[in-house]
Design a protein around this ligand. Structure first.
Ligand code: SIN
Length: 507
């Protein structure tokens, strides 16, 4: 029967960095990374901006990075966690450099530090506009060389298995769908690490890939873990507008840091009405401002204006953005770029401590699926890859110290779902998914939301999904859709809680 010392679910920066560190430090342990599609299909790969790190203590300081993070988070960050992450950043950067990750330098051979919204200093290390891709590729290369790590692609985890003794719940394994053999299997593990990313696909407009369906949150919630702050979904203000594409292409925040303006259909800047920092305000403020302006116009989008910028320097810094826009017939030297805010990052998630531990024994969560206390209500730009590195380090150290006390469960389980559907009903679920996205988007973005009615409608959609499949069968689209409805209901529930809290404070 299948077993591994450490099961890592997800192959983005959190999972790969954690696996690399743990495998190197503990060659005696076996590690399995499960990716639900190919290993490289992750949100990390799409991250353009980079990593926020204080590297120059003359012009910048940890204190300033901490202050910027806390201000962006609207007073809801955990100051101790913010301090830990910011202060560890140089050490984690060093580890990325040691494996050959390259970040851009200027003519003087110093880091070419970018500026993004909410940062009081230039402190973003980047690899052109493909920072996540560079990191992901370097990590994957190392992972494939480590003898004690196995990378299982096209393996979709369905559910965690937990055992409760004397009121203590322990995670002891996971059921998963092996797509190649169309079989459901069970694997035992001494420790399980969720690195499953966020839930951007719940929204009509998102920058997240199609795999971002809230799987880790839903599984952890079913297992009894605490989920917190799901009401804080960050919208990125500048996704390239399209009424047909999913996900939307991101135009990095670094483009505004480089001097681009946001303008309306009259080609007028409007952000200073909302914040004195204009284009360099934080994402929550800019996205809200754009939503407001759109409400008062008959437009579907606003524009990013790069026409006044040095064209050569722009294309040098942003080759991927330039190429994508050109392919769409947009030349940023003479054309305005149509943009809309799009769901980009889930600031809350599975509640963890400073070592990435959840309330369930042997279960950890790292990266976007985790709620660490770093982001508060709104994540500061380029703090997400950093958070993933720091918490992967923390969890790795913690597991290294404690795993000797974790034994394999003696229970070898037979999967609950005896049959799998061969055809996989993607089309029917695409239609259901669209309906869910419309419901969640309109709930999240409208001022007069009706949580009770939206919950009812989501539950109905889930019932329709159940009636679409045969009893005792399970399909990939059904698993994902169930995780999406469960995550949507958590967002609504936590929005309701937040509203009643605000009402109590106001009274
Ligand atoms: C961006 O480049 O704008 C995205 C980076 C991030 O999400 O922090």
């Amino acid at each position: 029967m299948l077993k591994t010392d450490v099961l890592i679910i997800g192959s983005g920066i959190s999972g790969l960095f954690f696996a690399m560190k743990t495998a190197k430090q503990r060659p005696d342990l076996s590690l399995v990374i499960m990716a639900k599609e190919t290993a490289k299909n992750t949100n990390t790969r799409l991250a353009q901006g980079g990593i926020a790190v204080v590297t120059d203590h003359n012009s910048d300081s940890f204190k300033q990075h901490i202050k910027d993070t806390i201000e962006a988070g609207g007073g809801h960050c955990d100051p101790e966690i913010v301090k830990m992450v910011v202060q560890q950043a140089p050490d984690r950067l060093k580890e990325l450099l040691e494996i050959g990750t390259e970040f851009d330098k200027n003519k003087e051979g110093k880091w070419d530090l970018g500026l993004e919204g909410g940062h009081s200093q230039n402190r973003i290390l980047h690899h052109k506009d493909n920072s996540g891709l560079e990191i992901e590729q370097k990590l994957l290369k190392i992972i494939k060389q480590l003898p004690n790590v196995e990378l299982w692609e096209n393996h979709q985890v369905i559910d965690l298995n937990t055992e409760t003794k004397k009121d203590k719940t322990t995670c002891s394994g996971a059921f998963f769908y092996d797509k190649k053999y169309n079989r459901i299997k069970y694997i035992r593990a001494r420790t399980i690490v969720l690195c499953t990313g966020g839930c951007g696909q719940l929204f009509e407009n998102t920058t997240n890939p199609r795999i971002a369906t809230g799987d880790g949150i839903a599984m952890a919630a079913r297992a009894g873990a605490e989920i917190e702050d799901m009401q804080y979904i960050q919208f990125h203000p500048t996704a390239l507008h399209s009424s047909t594409e999913n996900p939307l292409f991101l135009i990095s925040e670094a483009v505004r840091g480089f001097g681009a303006h946001i303008v309306n259909q009259d080609q007028k800047r409007f952000l200073f009405k909302y914040d004195t920092r204009g284009e360099l305000a934080t994402r929550d403020i800019i996205s809200q401002a754009i939503f407001k302006e759109l409400q008062f116009s008959d437009q579907e989008h606003m524009y990013l204006d790069c026409r006044h910028l040095d064209y050569e320097a722009f294309t040098y810094h942003f080759p991927a953005i330039t190429a994508f826009c050109n392919q769409k017939g947009i030349n940023q030297k003479k054309d305005l770029i149509p943009i809309v805010p799009a769901a980009h990052y889930q600031c809350g998630g599975i509640k963890v401590n400073q070592n990435g531990r959840t309330a369930i024994k042997n279960l950890y969560a790292i990266g976007e699926c985790a709620r660490t206390g770093l982001h508060g209500k709104n994540r500061l730009a380029s703090n997400s890859l950093l958070e993933a590195l720091v918490f992967a380090h923390q969890a790795s150290e913690d597991i290294n110290k404690t795993i000797a006390g974790f034994t394999f469960s003696s229970k070898i389980l037979i999967p609950k779902f005896p049959k799998t559907e061969q055809s996989n009903d993607y089309h029917a679920f695409d239609i259901l998914k669209k309906e869910l996205q419309i419901l969640v988007t309109s709930f999240y973005t409208s001022e007069n939301r009706n949580p009770v009615l939206t919950e009812e409608k989501i539950k109905k959609l889930h019932e329709t999904a159940i009636s679409t499949i045969n009893p005792n069968e399970i399909t990939i689209p059904f698993i994902e859709f169930s995780n999406m409805t469960a995550t949507a209901l958590l967002i609504i529930e936590q929005c309701k809680k937040q509203n009643s809290l605000s009402a109590q404070i106001q009274n």
